[in-house]
Structure formats: C-alpha cells, structure tokens
Ligand binder design. Structure first.
Ligand SMILES: O=P(O)(O)OC[C@H]1O[C@](O)(CO)[C@@H](O)[C@@H]1O
Length: 549
C-alpha cells in the first residue's frame, strides 16, 4: 500500500514555514483595502463567508492551495465521493454524501448502487414520521404520541439533538422531543420525569446496537414504560407500539424485542458522527416533518456539490480546512473557537467537537506510520453574546492564538422588539463589533486619547490581529443547517487529508470502554478484582465503596 504524502516533505510546506517565519500580522492595514476584503469574501450555497479577517496573505493562500495539490486532497475527496474504501483501518467506504443525493443519483459501493436503498429507507422514515405527526400511529392504549424520546449517544445523539434545537421553530406544535444519552442514571430519570407513557415513543438509535450506554438506557426506558402503563396491556404489543429503532445491526434490534417492521437501517459506510442525515435523523424527521427534513438533506447536498466542483480559489471548505492547517501547523494554534450568534445553535459546538476531534484526533497516518506534524485542534465554543461575558476576555487579551468562526443569520427566528428597538439588530451589532474588535484592537494612543490614567493604559490596550472567519446566511432554515454541517464535515476532511490520517475511524475510544468492563466487578464489590487494579485506581474505587450509602 502506498501511504499518504508526507505534508512536511512538500515544497509548499517549506514555503509556508518560510512565510510563517517572516509573517507580521497586519489586519489593520489589510482591512482598509476593499479589494482584499472582496477577494476574501466567498459564497458557498446559501452561505456568505468572509475570510478577510484572517492572518494570511495572498502568498500564504497560494502556498496553502499548493499544499492541497501536493498532498493530493482533491484525489482523496474524489475517492471519498466515489465510494472507495478510504477508511482503511475498518476497510470501509465513507459515503455520508450518498445519503443526501437526489433520488436519480447513482453511487456505487463495491459495485452496487446504494441509492435505491438510501431512498427506500428515507421513504419508510418519512412514512413513519407522517403517521406519528398525524396521529395515525398511536401508543398501545390508542392515544396519539406527544413526546418522542431519542435514546443514543455520540453521533446517535449529538446530531439529532443539535438539529432539533436548531430547528425548534419548525417543530410541530404539540410534539416534544427529549434525548437520553448518558449512562449516568440522572439523565434517564430527569428526561422521563413528567412523561405520560401512553403518549411517549422511544427511538433507540445506535449504529452498532451494541453500545453500553444506549442499550442500558433502552432497557431502563422499556422497564419504565411497562411499569407505568398499567397492568392490563400486552407487554409485547406495548413495546411494539412505543419502541422503534435505527441501526445497521437489525438482527440485534430484533433480539432486543423491537419489531423489525419498526426498524430503520443504514450502512457501515456511514460514520456515527456523519449520520444525522441517515435514519439516525428519524427523531428529527418526526419533529420537523419529511418536507423540512428533505430540505435539510438538500442543504447538505448543495454544500457537497460546492466542495466537489468549486475551483480551489473559491472552494470554501477547502480554504477553511487549509486555513486551519496554517494556524495549527505554522502559527501554533491549539484550539479553534466556534461562536454562533444564534441561541438555536447552542449545541452546535458540542456537535462539532465529536465531528472534528473524533475524526482528526489521531497520531498515526492511514498507512499506520506516525504522523509527521501536529493534528486535530481542540474545537470549543458557546453562543454569543453569552460567551462575550465569559471567555472572550481571553480571546481579546490572552496570550494564545485562537482562530474563531463567527456564525450569524440576517433574519431572527423570533423577531422581538424592546420598545422601538429590534433586539436582533442589537444582537447582530455585537457580532459585527466583536470580529472588528478582535481584528483592529485598540492602541495605547487610542486608550490615552480617551483620558485613561497612564498606569492602566497597558491593561486597556487590545493588540488586535486576532483572526476570525464570519459565516452568514439569510436565516437558520433546515437547508442552511444542512449546509453548515456539511461545511464543517468537509473542513474536517481537508485537514485530515493534508495530515494523511484516517478521519473516519475512532479506535481511541475503545481502551476506556474495555477497561470500564474490567473495572466494573471491582466497583461492584469484588475484592479480587479490586486487588488487580493499580494503586491509584484501587484508592479511588475504595473511596467510592466507603462513601456509597
Ligand atoms: O451509534 P452507536 O453504535 O451506538 O455508537 C455511538 C457512538 O460511539 C462511538 O462509536 C464512540 O464510542 C461514536 O463514534 C458513535 O457515534
């Protein structure tokens, strides 16, 4: 097997190292040049993306695009879209993009067109969603469903919950969704509190149907349902009417007692963190309806097409991915903030943490050799303006370089006025002001000119030159949400491709899972199992055993 190109051995890498060594940030002067701003402003589907407030020069952009050529990013992208097994450690194709193709598309995996199956599952999900929404699907006592509880974790939770929150204005009146993910029993206890079992539907979402947390929570919920429904219902019928499943392992779904007619499948070529656009989105499809869900998928597809076909100079996911490489590998950034100016996107940073960090938190390349440079930055964030009153101090005056993506929408989902004042305008003024403040800063002379005492001038200086990318769209519609998610999927892809890693496996989560099983007997009181643990772990387990009432 020929391995990936070593990025650090390319001419472009050398050029970028030289450019970084001589680089003097100068956003103040750059941003007075309308041509620079215009050249740095791009459109991808419905997204307007302003890259002008980044610490780059035309030479850096050129070298980054050359790096993409030398590391064969386009060939790897085409291999992904073409269904090749680019997830080598699991020997799988990587085809989340096939999930959002129009129904006349043909996408082959191992010689088979997968689109008929994709669209057949979608048709069944839509039919089921319609039945729940219309009341045609009822619980075992004949009452219509009022609450849908999604049971899943990781990609089987974060995508659905993030999108449900983001699309709250589109959720059908009278329907509520809740999401149980954590094996901390508090999660199930609190999410089940106040629910009427007769009007509750559980969607057990698990790609493998073998995840400890999800299966434990599914059993807890089944017990809760049967206990609370009352004695005169048939248990098998109750489970059949109140439990559906989404999984690639339909045999395990049947073994759990869920009617295979009420199970929706997907395929091993859909990674968990890339699966919200598969049947894993069933809860969301029920909440917002098939029409909106189809718009959501069309949004993903629009961004896929942009990534697949746009020229490198105008290819937003390519450029944003390369920009991240520049910050991580040449300017020393370790983290990347994502700051949505939309309360509806409050779970978006958490969603992106799995997408980016489970994908690119790798120390070996896809040929098994060590990576040659730093990989995966830490993604984090919170919606503005809340973050402004919490951690922005460090963004403005701290000692670390933290590139930040600001996301905002021209139209609010809930237009409210404070007297004559449009509150969304006050909100957006903050969005615009923050990226301006970060870029321009405030000099000592400007601080002095405000009459500030000399002793505190240094504390009030803002160095500026703090990089941001602004992403705007007309509104947070299902279509735009699909585009935003696909944008970050492809940014993540580009970074992984440059670094030569397999962005689609996640072996790093396995060791902890294995050890949890090994430690469990010691926690439950088995002294022999306790004696096998290391002294630190023994001490912690003893503390637990002594303090557990
Ligand atoms: O959908 P499943 O199979 O329950 O897995 C849940 C999550 O667990 C992981 O495998 C990590 O443990 C994620 O990649 C995945 O999204």
């Amino acid at each position: 097997m020929t391995g990936p190109v070593d990025p650090t051995a390319t001419d472009a890498w050398q050029r970028l190292s030289d450019l970084a060594a001589g680089y003097e940030p100068d956003l103040r002067s750059r941003l007075t040049d309308p041509e620079w701003v215009e050249r740095s402003s791009l459109t991808a589907a419905d997204l307007f993306v302003d890259l002008s407030k980044n610490l780059v020069t035309p030479e850096v952009w050129k070298a980054l695009r050359e790096l993409a050529v030398e590391t064969e990013v386009a060939a790897r992208r085409d291999a992904m879209f073409g269904g090749e097994h680019i997830n080598v450690t699991e020997d799988r194709a990587v085809l989340h993009t096939a999930l959002r193709q129009p129904d006349d598309a043909v996408v082959e995996v191992d010689g088979k067109d997968v689109e008929p199956d994709v669209h057949e599952v979608l048709r069944r999900v839509y039919e089921f969603a319609d039945k729940v929404r219309s009341g045609a699907w009822t619980g075992v006592t004949g009452r219509r469903i009022a609450t849908v509880v999604n049971i899943g974790i990781g990609g089987s939770d974060l995508g659905p919950v993030m999108a449900y929150e983001a699309l709250a204005p589109y959720v059908q009146d009278g329907l509520e969704c809740r999401f149980i993910s954590n094996i901390d029993p508090t999660d199930a206890a609190r999410k089940l509190a106040g629910l009427d079992p007769a009007t509750t539907l559980f969607v057990v979402s698990s790609k493998t149907f073998g995840t400890l947390e999800t299966l434990t929570n599914a059993r807890l919920c089944r017990t809760w349902l049967l206990e609370h429904l009352g004695g005169d219902v048939d248990q098998g019928e109750a489970v059949a009417k109140h439990f559906v499943a989404v999984s690639t392992a339909l045999d395990k779904v049947a073994a759990f007692g869920i009617d295979p007619d009420n199970a929706f499948g997907f395929w091993d070529w859909v990674g968990g963190r890339y699966s919200v656009d598969s049947a894993i989105g069933t809860t969301l499809a029920i909440a917002v309806g098939p029409e909106r869900f189809a718009e959501f998928l069309a949004g993903f597809h629009a961004m896929d097409e942009h990534f697949r076909t746009a020229e490198p100079e105008a290819n937003v996911p390519l450029l944003m991915g390369l920009l991240n490489v520049w910050y991580v590998n040449f300017l020393g950034a370790e983290t990347h903030a994502v700051l949505p100016y939309s309360q509806l996107l409050h779970r978006f940073p958490a969603y992106l943490q799995q997408l980016t960090m489970e994908s690119n938190g790798k120390g070996v390349r896809w040929d098994g050799r060590e990576v040659t440079t730093e990989t995966g930055e830490v993604f984090w964030g919170e919606p503005g303006t809340n973050g402004q009153h919490a951690f922005y101090q460090l963004l403005h005056q701290g000692t670390r370089l933290i590139p930040a993506d600001f996301i905002a929408f021209a139209n609010p989902a809930y237009p409210l006025k404070d007297g004559d004042t449009d509150v969304h305008e006050v909100f957006l003024a903050n969005f615009f002001a923050q990226t301006k403040a970060l870029a321009f800063g405030k000099t000592a002379d400007e601080v002095r000119a405000e009459g500030t005492r000399e002793e505190i001038v240094p504390a009030r200086v803002f160095t500026g030159n703090r990089p941001t990318t602004s992403i705007m769209a007309p509104e947070l519609s299902p279509r735009v949400l699909g585009q935003l998610i696909a944008l970050y999927e492809h940014i993540t892809f580009v970074e992984g491709a440059v670094w030569g890693i397999d962005s689609f496996d996640q072996w790093g989560v396995e060791l902890g899972k294995q050890l949890a099983l090994q430690v469990a007997p010691a926690v439950a009181g088995d002294d022999d199992a306790l004696a096998e643990q290391d002294p630190s772990t023994q001490q912690l387990i003893r503390y637990y055993r002594e303090h557990r009432s």
